[in-house]
Design a binder for this molecule. Structure first.
Ligand SMILES: NC(=O)C1=CN([C@@H]2O[C@H](COP(=O)(O)OP(=O)(O)OC[C@H]3O[C@@H](n4cnc5c(N)ncnc54)[C@H](OP(=O)(O)O)[C@@H]3O)[C@@H](O)[C@H]2O)C=CC1
Ligand SMILES: O=C(O)CCC(=O)C(=O)O
Length: 528
């Protein structure tokens, strides 16, 4: 039977739909119009109720078999697809993003849930290890030691404004936390509350269809105080966040100040440097120029992987690149940005660069027609100026980028050394550049979570070998990723069982259970 999912403006607290205080409306950023209905704002007691239900659900949910948990993730994916066109229509209205982009993002979202279902079934994430007892060992016997990973507990997820599906209510943080066995309480983003509610209802339906405890999932709408109360709640054991540096740091401070501090996995701010090497510019300056502008203006530049900084060595080929990039940007019509606040922040960041004495505007897009939009813009400066003013390396969230002219490779490496942590670093190279690029790669490994060649950083593959992370301020914890299957590790911790009788061991660590799954036996890999 086909299910129907509606937007009512409710909070989804376990199986309960509540919404006393309906004061928030979504805005269509393309027109500035308010959208119906009004959404409920979660009170402190709503937050506490969602967390209590999540805590009650934890032991039951984490005890689900891999098959049950994988089937739940797949049911969420099926239900999201069942929402149908109204999901895409509402997301378009709330974000100003084009239909094709949102359809692609929906595919990424359900693909991500299905990938985590495969991960759960495969069992590598359990990281099973068995060191059998050595009773005869001298001078001391070794006990029987068995290790597995268990989930941390209820997780708070902050949906991102710029990916209303893939980084929001059922996005990567939620998918990886649920895959790990953690109940999830989402603080939805006010930029797309209707989209969030539809997806939240799809998850909640899957909870009921799979016979899971109601507290496995809740969705709260609200402002800063709702999110702060959620992170403070003692039942929450970890936080996933994508957004601004200020927001991530504020939530990290709240988490660190709790009587029991908890990890906050915040993906925050990145300018994603691109290094244009001489032979690459000589071979394909024009193609690099247009490729750059396509990546820069994708989604009105509202990607945390947006290429916001370029480095290149002075040459006539660099001038060819600049001409091609200028031609590609000039006349390009700006798309609406996600919220009036994000648009205002973009205009402020651009104004600071326009007014900067050491920065020259290279090109900009066509003038804006309509609200919440501004032309894309491309600046240049000299390496010495860049090194003298650290503000030039800060993120301007939107379609703005700065080219830094370098004298030679040594200067390019010197500026790279000064960069803050990044999600990505990109090399445009040809074979003749490899020897010089080899000097830069070790520097970039220290700076970024992903290093790529001859592509553009926007558009993150959801896969096993992806890292969407990096040193601060790209994220709050460079040891992990928010995209890809490795993201599950954020919500797990190891437990070692020493000499426990077989009957007290978890099923997967008993002799028969462990043989059926990949594991390390005395340090040697066994199983698939
Ligand atoms: N690196 C990236 O991937 C992204 C970066 N950004 C950056 O963030 C800016 C603003 O965009 P936005 O998406 O709203 O990001 P924010 O960081 O402002 O907000 C993200 C989420 O965190 C919450 N939040 C923020 N600060 C606090 C706080 N002090 N206490 C409790 N909750 C908090 C917000 O709640 P509430 O809505 O109630 O404020 C929202 O739910 C952009 O201009 C851009 O610079 C945005 C998107 C992605
Ligand atoms: O580029 C992508 O696909 C993902 C970008 C991202 O993580 C973000 O903008 O928050």
């Amino acid at each position: 039977m086909t299910q129907s999912f509606e937007i009512r403006g409710d909070l989804l607290i376990g199986s309960d739909s509540t919404g006393g205080n309906r004061t928030v409306r979504a805005i269509n950023p393309a027109t500035g119009a308010n959208l119906e209905p009004a959404f409920a704002v979660a009170s402190e007691s709503d937050v506490a109720k969602a967390c209590e239900l999540a805590a009650q659900a934890f032991d039951v949910y984490r005890a689900t078999s891999p098959e049950q948990r994988a089937a739940f993730l797949e049911k969420i994916a099926d239900n999201i697809m069942e929402i149908g066109d109204i999901l895409i229509e509402r997301a378009t209205e709330e974000t100003g993003l084009p239909v094709a982009r949102l359809q692609g993002e929906r595919a990424r979202t359900v693909g991500q849930l299905r990938l985590f279902a495969q991960v759960v079934r495969a069992g590598e994430w359990l990281d099973l290890r068995v060191d059998p007892a050595l009773p005869e060992r001298k001078p001391l016997p070794r006990p029987d030691l068995r290790l597995r990973q268990i989930p941390l507990g209820p997780v708070a997820v902050f949906g991102a404004s710029n990916f209303p599906l893939a980084f929001s209510v059922a996005g990567g943080d939620t998918a990886s936390a649920l895959a790990a066995g953690c109940p999830v309480v989402v603080k939805g983003h006010l930029a797309h509350p209707g989209t969030g509610e539809l997806v939240g209802r799809a998850i909640r339906a899957a909870v009921a269809q799979c016979g899971l405890p109601e507290g496995t999932f809740s969705l709260l709408t609200g402002a800063n105080e709702t999110g702060a109360a959620l992170v403070r709640d003692p039942r929450i054991k970890a936080v996933g966040f994508t957004g601004s540096r200020g927001g991530g740091l504020a939530l990290g401070a709240i988490a660190a100040a709790r009587p029991e501090p908890i990890p906050v996995y915040a993906e925050m701010s990145s300018v994603n440097p691109v290094f244009l090497f001489p032979a690459a510019l000589a071979a394909r300056a024009e193609a690099i120029g247009t490729g750059f502008i396509d990546s820069l203006t994708l989604g009105a530049g509202q990607f945390c992987t947006n290429p916001g900084l370029l480095f290149a060595i002075e040459s006539p080929d660099l001038d060819r690149f600049l001409q091609a990039a200028s031609d590609a940007l000039t006349g390009r019509a700006p798309a609406p940005m996600l919220t009036p606040g994000i648009h205002a922040a973009f205009d402020k960041g651009v104004a600071a660069l326009v007014e900067h004495d050491a920065v020259k505007t290279v090109a900009h897009g066509a003038p804006a027609e309509g609200v919440n939009r501004s032309p894309g813009i491309f600046f240049e400066t000299e390496a010495a100026e860049f090194l003298a003013d650290e503000r030039l390396g800060h993120e301007v969230f939107g379609a703005a980028s700065l080219l830094v002219r370098c004298k030679d490779v040594d200067q390019m490496i010197a500026v790279a050394e000064k960069l803050e942590g990044q999600l990505t670093a990109t090399l445009q190279i040809e074979a003749e550049d490899y020897a010089t690029a080899a000097k830069l790669v070790p520097v970039l490994e220290r700076k970024a979570g992903r290093i790529l060649a001859n592509g553009w950083p926007t558009g993150v593959e959801v896969s096993h070998a992806m890292v969407h992370g990096g040193p601060f301020p790209a994220t709050s914890d460079s040891r992990t990723t928010s995209v890809g299957t490795l993201a599950i590790r954020r919500f797990l911790r190891p437990v070692s069982y020493q000499d426990l009788p077989e009957g007290l061991l978890p099923a997967e660590l008993r002799n028969e259970g462990v043989r059926a799954l990949p594991h390390l036996l005395d340090g040697v890999r066994k199983g698939s």
